[in-house]
Design a protein around this ligand. Sequence first.
Ligand code: SAH
Length: 214
Amino acid sequence: MSEARDRMGRLILALRSQGITDPRVLNAIENTPREVFVADLFKEQSWEDKALPIDCGQTISQPYIVGLMTQSLDVQPRHRVLEIGTGSGYQAAVLSPLARYVYSVERYKALLIEAKARFERLHLDNVITRFGDGGEGWPEQAPFDRIIVTAAAPVEPTALLAQLKPNGIMVAPVGAGPVQTLLKYTGDGQGGFRRETLCEVRFVPLVPGAAKDA
Ligand code: SAH
């Protein structure tokens, strides 16, 4: 077994022992080369279960959190999924084989250009991106079966909940401080939502408006 496969095997075991047991999610993580989504400096650490810095002062999430959020979304093959915060593109790449389409919005043009190049390189043709303020969602493509927010919303992101199908699921870190609550919203089919707390997390903030400098 090559060293890379060995490391990946250890990561998958670690995720499994922490409750990420959905085989489709584990397969998606196993088949997504995380080293492609980080700068050369961090490639050695790309299979460790930790968040790493990316450009524009942002971070690529810890694999466990990517696993937990992806598993909690319960994505089905025909689903259209909205992601807020493309960042490196890693989370979108993990969602890609599970969904029909992944729509991903990022407020930094520089990050989006790099992420798009990675999607092309890995032939992830069902990931569709947009530059702009994800806090407003993607009204032209709404409603979505699933929504994943990968930046911390200071308060409940109601504009995004409004773009979820009646029985949809949204997972989002919510809170204004350095530690936020990861919440799972499940639509009750009548315009209301059941809220479940998954765990405490540390995400970079959801910042209103598209970035002007990059
Ligand atoms: N899903 C990413 C995680 C990136 S970190 C990955 O797998 O790498 C969160 C990202 O959300 C950052 O890139 C940040 O620029 C972006 N972001 C923050 N506020 C945003 C907003 N209002 N609209 C779109 N993207 C936003």
